[in-house]
Design a protein around this ligand. Structure first.
Ligand code: A3P
Length: 780
């Protein structure tokens, strides 16, 4: 979770060495450090000394084999391109913190390009040693006792005041990954440290679900209880967490049915949670009553068999319904089981596993789940994919081991079938825990899911808010997602505002086009959905998609957005999106390919129009204070007045907001409309917009828009004589802005307007609007 900055390829890039910016400097290739030009090297060394920043360096492989070669400027010598074996750690090294000097890691070390360090100065202290691989060099070993060779070395900085940790090989060797974490922690004086607590929860899903011949027999249950005891001795609080589907109780062989009974006789030995009654995907239930009825059946089964019902945890088969979130599942879970926690591997995506995150939706905490390499059909060690060695590799420093090292809270999913047959899961967890105890100082523990979830979101408060991704961008998500949903109905472009720039006019003009359609109107916010900015976002994607209904086209079974002929260009206009802090990130997660349309007018004029709008909507503050009083309200003014001032002035800081959008969307997806042109010359504006959006067929707006003298604006020409204009709330009559306010706002927006000119120039091929030139010329 640390932010890592990588210097450009053309190292050295040392222009950013400001105070406190870096905790540690890492050289993936030590040569780059040693061979730096003098000027940069001095700069870097000075920085390291002054701010007590250490250096990590890896000797990288090279064709040339060095024997006793001196490292430039250091009393240190290396031999390279060696094959080594049997690594062990120096128990008295002060670098080790998370890593524990355990047993020797016996056997050949990966790679044939190891470097070892020879040193003869008290500033150097070995961290790791290894031996020459004598099996491969038998001539070396005849009658000789091998001396350990230093493969990781600490430089205490006695010579030049800079502390370093040097690695003779890459992170390919599992132990180096641990030592590297410790090197970061040590050299950054604890700034880059992981804490040492690790929580482990092992779910056993599909209890009773397994096919005949794959289920637990009484002996397996005995082994489960015994191993649980052993693990609990190493991991305080550890209990297997059993997820049951009562429907399949007693569906095994005679012996397996006895196993079911034995499990229930020992019900109090374990933690329990509800899986589904039927092991099918809840997206098949698009009916809340049906979904709840199924859950009630499992509940009744639990009560009949003394299975506790208050764990607050549940799991959905195949992750379905959890993410992408199926609202009915969340609702039913709450109502029937009072579920507080669930877990999934799918948020935001299955891969890469290290980026899995959690979120909270409808008060249900969704925790990221990790993979342990055991799946429903992994039952026999000799049939483990890749063989026993593969499983052992994962346990002994490999993937499973590293997963626990990196994640403070680990939730693993296993299945009942992993505990029958060869009892692979028992072997796996017991072994990995022993290995962790041998090689790390991690403090392992376990707790029930609700406690883990609370702990998780205390550690990661930034994850509480979900970010809804596009289910169609991930094949797995698309498969999991409700079959009634279809990404074709999602908007292809967004009109983001800001408010009072002519967004309603644009919305109306667009809606006149037969190939363009907008969401159905929201009863709460009139036509606007306002999904991505406020609390509506927490209602979830299903809620949003209900604004874009699909209809079955005549003579075809394929659902298409409401339209005769080709699918319409769906769009959504919510004018508050423009300056919504979280909006670009959220829209980009769901609609990364959408085009973004914004309208700009003079920010001063916009602020004034907005103020008038608030007044006529009966806003008490706007009616009690003059425009000048609002825009000059100080920070000590009453809160409501300050809020009004901010909402009046902030959207007009155009450059700042546009930069925010451009951090997520490429410039080619952004279309900026000059709002004055939209008012005075909407026909050209609409033509240009159609071209930008690639809307087919092009509608000639000169046949559909007409200037209405009475309204003073362009309106829709509905017949030869009749125009349909926007309502009286658009194009209002109000006195012109007072001189004092106008002057003040010109000054206020001066820097923002200057930044806007710069931005428009940078974006290229976008004319500078006349109002912007005017605002700037009178503002100076
Ligand atoms: P005023 O009412 O202050 O004049 P929005 O729809 O984003 O709230 O913007 C309203 C503004 O759109 C109006 O502000 C008006 O100036 C402008 N506008 C642009 N073209 C228009 C049109 N054809 N009809 C009505 N208003 C239009």
């Amino acid at each position: 979770r640390y932010k890592i900055e990588v210097a450009g390829k053309s190292l050295p890039v040392l222009t950013n060495l400001d105070k406190g910016r870096y905790g540690v400097i890492v050289f993936e290739n030590l040569d780059k450090y040693l061979n730096m030009d003098k000027w940069n090297r001095e700069l870097l060394d000075k920085y390291c000394r002054e701010y007590s920043v250490g250096i990590v360096g890896f000797v990288s492989p090279s064709e040339e084999t060095l024997v006793g070669a001196q490292l430039r400027d250091f009393p240190l010598f290396v031999n390279t391109n060696l094959r080594l074996r049997d690594a062990s750690l120096n128990p008295s090294s002060s670098v080790l913190r998370l890593t524990r000097a355990g047993e020797t890691a016996w056997g050949a070390l990966p790679g044939d390009d190891w470097a070892v360090f020879q040193h003869n100065h008290s500033t150097y202290e070995p961290v790791e040693w290894a031996q020459r691989n004598t099996q491969e060099y038998p001539a070396d070993s005849v009658g000789q006792v091998q001396l350990p060779l230093t493969t990781v070395l600490q430089d205490r900085g006695q010579l030049d005041g800079i502390q370093r940790v040097l690695f003779g090989s890459s992170l390919r060797f599992w132990l180096h990954r641990l030592v590297f974490l410790d090197a970061l922690s040590y050299l950054s004086h604890g700034q880059l440290s992981l804490n040492l607590e690790r929580m482990i929860l092992v779910d056993i899903d599909d209890i009773f679900v397994g096919e005949k011949g794959t289920r637990l027999r009484p002996d397996d249950v005995r082994a489960l209880i015994a191993t649980q005891k052993n693990i609990a001795a190493m991991v305080p609080g550890f209990r297997f967490n059993l997820g049951f589907s009562g429907k399949y109780y007693h569906h095994g062989t005679r012996e397996e049915n006895l196993g079911d009974d034995f499990l229930l006789q020992n019900v109090q030995e374990f933690n329990w949670f509800s899986h589904m009654w039927k092991h099918q995907q809840p997206h098949l239930y698009d009916n809340l009553t049906l979904l709840m009825a199924e859950m009630h059946l499992n509940y009744a089964f639990a009560v009949d068999h003394n299975i506790p019902t208050d764990s607050g945890y549940s799991i959905s088969p195949h992750h379905s319904g959890v993410y992408p979130a199926h609202e009915l599942l969340y609702l039913a879970w709450k109502k029937v089981w009072n579920v507080k926690v669930t877990s999934t591997e799918e948020y935001p995506h299955l891969r890469p596993a290290r980026l899995r995150r959690g979120f909270i939706h409808r008060n249900i905490m969704v925790l990221p789940r990790q993979t342990c390499g055991l799946f429903t059909h992994t039952m026999y060690i000799d049939r483990y994919p890749g063989g026993r060695d593969k499983l052992d590799e994962s346990i002994q420093g490999g993937e499973l081991f590293q997963t626990i090292v990196y994640n403070p809270i680990n939730i693993f999913m296993t299945h009942m079938s992993n505990y029958g047959s060869d009892r692979l899961a028992l072997y796996t967890f017991q072994s990995v825990i022993k290995f962790l105890q041998c090689w790390t100082n991690l403090r392992l523990a376990s707790a029930p899911p609700v406690q883990l979830a609370e702990m998780y979101f205390r550690l990661h408060p930034e994850e509480v808010d979900p970010v809804w991704g596009n289910p169609c961008d991930d094949v797995r998500h698309k498969k999991i997602w409700s079959k009634t949903k279809n990404c074709d109905s999602l908007p292809k472009f967004l009109v983001i505002g800001p408010q009072k720039t002519g967004t309603t006019a644009l919305y109306t003009f667009l809606s006149m086009h037969g190939s363009v359609a907008s969401n159905i109107a929201s009863p709460e916010t009139f036509e606007e959905v306002q999904f991505f900015n406020g609390n509506n976002y927490y209602r979830g994607l299903d809620w949003y998609m209900d604004f874009f209904p699909l209809e079955t086209m005549p003579n075809t079974s394929s659902p298409m957005p409401t339209q005769l002929g080709s699918p319409r260009f769906m769009f959504e206009k919510s004018a508050t999106y423009f300056d919504g802090e979280a909006v670009p990130k959220r829209t980009h997660a769901l609609l990364p390919h959408a085009k973004i349309v914004t309208i700009l007018i003079s920010p001063a004029k916009r602020a004034y129009s907005w103020y008038q709008h608030q007044r006529s909507h009966g806003d008490v503050i706007a009616n009690n204070y003059s425009f000048y009083q609002v825009i000059t309200a100080s920070d000590s003014a009453p809160r409501a007045l300050k809020d009004l001032r901010n909402r009046c002035l902030n959207p007009g800081k155009y450059a700042q907001h546009l930069e925010h959008w451009l951090a997520y969307y490429p410039a080619q997806q952004l279309h900026i409309i000059d709002g004055e042109q939209l008012r005075l010359n909407p026909i050209d504006v609409m033509n240009e917009l159609q071209r930008f959006l690639k809307i087919q067929p092009l509608l000639d707006y000169s046949n559909h828009l007409r200037y209405d003298v009475k309204k003073g604006f362009y309106c829709q020409a509905v017949s030869e004589k009749r125009n349909k204009c926007l309502g009286k709330s658009k194009g209002r009559q109000y006195p012109t802005m007072d001189e004092r306010s106008a002057k003040l706002l010109q000054r206020y927006y001066l820097n923002h307007n200057t930044a806007l000119v710069k931005l428009l120039k940078k974006l290229g091929s976008r004319p500078i609007p006349q109002w912007l030139k005017d605002d700037l010329s009178t503002g100076t």
